[in-house]
Design a binder for this molecule. Structure first.
Ligand code: MN
Length: 256
């Protein structure tokens, strides 16, 4: 018999550990690993423990990805530089940024390792492009020059402004998670998914036909890829982007 006023807590799951990829920059002469705090804060706010994953500089990317994936409950692929066009059989467009081949290799290996173990994956901006390339798809290398009638998508000065509408397929995981089939989002990208990779499905688009969301055919793998930046929108009045991080971290917590 418990003293009155005592409650029994339901067994608590440990907080899920979420890998968050990062890029490499040189500031002055100092090489640094870099990612935006917004990703880490959004994961933390949703109840996850973010762990930054740098590109693999020593050793085999696939081996390292497989090793780290046994210890992760979820993975976030973050924004960054353009993917090397050679990885999808294209020559570089003049507007393409210099690639980071080690980051490309590390993140593509992480996608396959996550797929292998069905580790929940939230892919953002460059992340949706990495996922598409990892599964054999291509990219639009420069929306402005390749799709002249497209909406403005490269609005770098307004990271937390909802600047264009996205239509989400009603039967998608993304629609279920957001609780919406149309929503305004931010847009700070000059590339986008082109032909869709194997077993992937376009689940969100803008009115100009640009791909803004991808999912995988395997319903048992929680994989949501978006072209916008939900991590920059979690503090807005609208709930959609918080709900996306909440659903992702909740799914990851089932593995923790
Ligand atoms: Mn966009």
């Amino acid at each position: 018999m418990l003293p009155s006023g005592t409650t029994i807590d339901a067994p608590r799951r440990p907080a899920p550990v979420i890998g968050v990829t990062c890029g490499r920059v040189i500031t002055g002469s100092v090489p640094r690993a870099r990612t935006n705090l917004a990703y880490l804060r959004a994961v933390e706010a949703a109840g996850g423990v973010p762990v930054v994953l740098p590109p693999v500089e020593h050793g085999d990317a696939a081996e390292r990805a497989a090793a780290v994936m046994t210890r992760l409950d979820g993975l976030v692929l973050t924004g960054g530089e353009d993917v090397d066009p050679a990885l999808y059989g294209a020559v570089p467009h003049p507007a393409a940024e210099p690639p980071d081949p080690l980051r490309d290799a590390a993140e593509i290996a992480l996608v396959h390792a996550a797929r292998e173990r069905r580790v929940p994956l939230l892919a953002i901006c460059r992340g949706i492009q990495v996922v598409n390339v990892a599964f054999g798809g291509t990219l639009v290398q420069d929306i402005v020059s390749e799709c002249p009638h497209a909406l403005p998508h490269a609005l770098k000065e307004t990271r937390d402004t909802r600047s264009h509408r996205v239509d989400v397929m009603p039967d998608s995981r993304l629609a279920a998670v957001l609780g919406a089939t149309t929503l305004p989002v931010n847009s700070t990208h000059h590339q986008a998914a082109g032909t869709t990779g194997d077993a992937l499905r376009v689940v969100a688009t803008t009115a100009d036909g640009i791909t803004e969301g991808l999912e995988h055919d395997d319903a048992r793998w929680w994989m949501v890829a978006v072209q916008w930046h939900p991590e920059e929108l979690v503090a807005t009045d609208e709930p959609w982007d918080r709900m996306l991080f909440a659903a992702f971290v909740e799914e990851a917590s089932r593995r923790a």
